[in-house]
Structures are given as C-alpha cells and as structure tokens.
Write a protein that binds this ligand. Structure first.
Ligand SMILES: Cc1cc2nc3c(=O)[nH]c(=O)nc-3n(C[C@H](O)[C@H](O)[C@H](O)COP(=O)(O)O)c2cc1C
Length: 180
C-alpha cells in the first residue's frame, strides 16, 4: 500500500517556543499509523526572501515538501489573537501545491483557550490557499504544563484527542488523493 505523506508544520520560529513539544508529540502519534508518513517541518530550517507567492520568495526544500504532501497538519501558537507572521510567510510562499489537499490544525497557548482564535484566522487564510480543513481542531491550552522538559505528555487525554484529529485528517487526505 502506498503511504500518504502528511508533514506537521510548526507555526513559530520563536526562540523560547513551547509549541514544538506539541508538534513533536503529534508527529510521534502520527508515526504509529502504518498508512502514514509524517515528519516535523520547522520554519527555522527554511529561508524565504522577498514577498510571498512569487518565484524568488520560495524555498526549494519547502516547495518539494508541499508538492509531495497529501495533506498538512499545522500546529500554531496564538499570538495577539492570530497566528504567527513566520507561519504566514512560509504558507504564502506556495499556492498550487496546496490545491485540494486536506489540512488539520492544532492550536497552542499559555492561557486557557488553546489557540482557538489563531485557528479561526488560519481557517480563513488556508481556505484562500485552496486547502480543505477538517472540522475537528486540536487545542493545547496551558501548553507549558502539558509536557515535561523531555517532551513527554503529562495529560493522557491528549493522546486520544490527537488520534481523532489524525484519523480525520488521514481519511480526508486519502479521499482527496484517490479523487485525483
Ligand atoms: C507575541 C506573542 C503574543 C501572544 N499572544 C497571545 C494571545 O493572544 N493569546 C494567548 O492565549 N497567548 C498568547 N501568547 C502566549 C503564547 O500562547 C505562548 O507563548 C504559548 O507558549 C504558545 O506559543 P510559543 O510556542 O511561542 O511558546 C503570545 C505570545 C507571544 C510571544
């Protein structure tokens, strides 16, 4: 069986970021599905010049990843009731590679809402990019308390919630891939 490839995109370059632990956890959970290939995409590993959505503003490695991807799992912290500029810049560098592909979102925050407003903003932007969002979002409120320093999950319920998001995303990604 051909695996589907769904990268997990971390939505921040902030030096003291906590969202990386949630993103790595999502990758680890996804790696348990035999039909899925996944990996962490860290915006720190890419360079985007100029404005978005023009040939000179692309990163070849990111172009290749998005061309190959059958779907995307975006993990985004909430910054001032929206998502980060670095995530927007990275997403804006492509367009065709997103068309008719599925996307899921995990929001993180230090407060109690788990990035719900960041996800709402992302739904609008990614719809314009041609991505199709699943209707089930993941939220990691008080993300600083959910993982230990090694990145181990401290609250068991997030395992089931994360599996549910993966199952929805895999289902829609396979459906769209088969329709092409
Ligand atoms: C510039 C900035 C703005 C932020 N704005 C919000 C916000 O609007 N709502 C919120 O719940 N947390 C906000 N936070 C806190 C983040 O949710 C917190 O840092 C959390 O750990 C997730 O982001 P991180 O991966 O950068 O750590 C903000 C953090 C920064 C750096």
């Amino acid at each position: 069986m051909n695996k589907i490839y769904i990268p997990v995109i971390l939505g921040t370059t902030r030096e003291q970021r906590k969202s990386d632990k949630a993103a790595r956890f999502i990758v680890d959970v996804g790696s348990e599905y035999s039909e899925l290939e996944t990996e962490l995409i860290d915006p720190k590993d890419f360079h985007f010049l100029g404005d978005g959505n023009d040939p000179e503003g692309k990163d070849q490695k990111y172009s290749e990843i998005t061309a190959r991807a059958d779907g995307f799992f975006i993990v985004c912290p909430e910054y001032n009731h929206s998502f980060s500029g670095s995530l927007k810049r990275m997403l804006d560098s492509e367009f065709e590679n997103y068309q008719h592909k599925a996307v899921a979102f995990a929001g993180t925050s230090s407060g109690q809402w788990g990035g719900v407003r960041a996800i709402e903003a992302l739904v609008l932007a990614t719809r314009e990019m041609g991505l199709l969002a699943i209707s089930y979002d993941l939220h990691f409120p008080r993300v600083q308390d959910l993982f230990d320093s090694q990145g181990n999950l401290l609250e068991a319920k997030y395992l089931e919630l994360t599996k549910k998001a993966w199952q929805e995303l895999i289902w829609l990604s396979q459906l769209l891939k088969n329709a092409k």
